[in-house]
Design a protein around this ligand. Sequence first.
Ligand code: SF4
Length: 422
Amino acid sequence: MPAVSLQLPLLQNWSCHNCGGCCRQHAISITEEERDRILAQNWTPESGIPAGQELIREERSWLGKPHLQLAHQPDGACVFLNEQGLCRIHAKYGEPAKPLACRIYPYAFHPSGKELTVSLRFSCPSVADNLGRPVAQQKKDLKELAAQVLPANYRGAEPPKLTNRIRLNWPDTQRVTAALDESFCDSTTPVALQLLRILFWLDLVGQAKFDIITGERLDELLGLLREASVAEVPEIPAERLPPSSISLSQFRLLAGQYARKDTEGTIDLSWRGRWRQMRYAMQLASGKETLPPLQPGLKPLPFTALDADFGPLPPESTEMLRRYYRVKIQGLHFCGAGYYHIPVIEGFQSLALVFPVVLWLARWLAASDSRTTWTHADLREALTLVDHQHGYSPILGMWGARRRVKNLVATGDLQKLIGRFA
Ligand code: SF4
């Protein structure tokens, strides 16, 4: 196994609280070696697996590539999840006997120079609520896991591009990501205002001449641009200008993609199911009639129900969102290998869009419960939905979704959406 040096998130805690959510929501891909190991474990009705129950099946990716997956129970849960919400493999043979994908979740490892940087998936409620041991104290276990993820001959990877045309070296890329991270340090500035200021200075960074600006000169430039952003964007605009109707339509389509949470138990690949999804997309695009019921907690309300003022963000939700941004930036979970191989600036713009999407979905959750104020539970539920998809739904990495985000940026409507829902 290769020796691995890790950069760990500074603010994040996590331990598994056995909610079983990940074992219900994810399709677990396994290797041939893991298949052989599981089949040799001799699962019988006495150990809780009904006779004739399929354990492993071969699936095809949307590109037609075959791969092995753990089978599911009729309700969509993993075949090894027991009635108490615990893993049978873990209970019988210990944690190291589980498939690697199960052992890694909710962690994600991404190249950062010669090291790996560690991020977490906020689709796990314990991550969103910062529950458990500090991640910084889990270095030994994480190093062991990371060594299993890396190819034996790993010697580092290329840095993510800054824009489609510019690729900086690792130290300069890390200067830009450190400036992004520092921009969220001040806990007295609203997250929405921090996002608006970053979008301002990051746009100018994309226009710089990097053949002459590197090293300390880049640090100076980033410092000056960040200062300028405070002067140019002193506050969230009091007058909340509405985005254009085309931008609102594109926003709702993107938000609808984030709100889908297809599991083995709920996905419907029949023509009827596909037609229903198409109809839902048309409803979202038009913004007329009612919101489509994308899942049980999101009811078919009038679109106007989400325009009301749902009150200020609860302080714990502000802390969660600020921590979300810092963990994703420190873990390079928004660009390059951590996000569809998209450049840093475009990746941050998609990450900024998460803010209005989460607030829009939290309003929908609250309104679906007949409330006119939101709670931290609404915002946490919305963030877990969104981060289940962000960087993992193939559709969000495709040309159409990327084009929509670029249009929102080009028209300045991304900023209006952040201000509108803040
Ligand atoms: S193998 Fe165990 S940990 Fe992995 S999804 Fe199934 S029940 Fe969950």
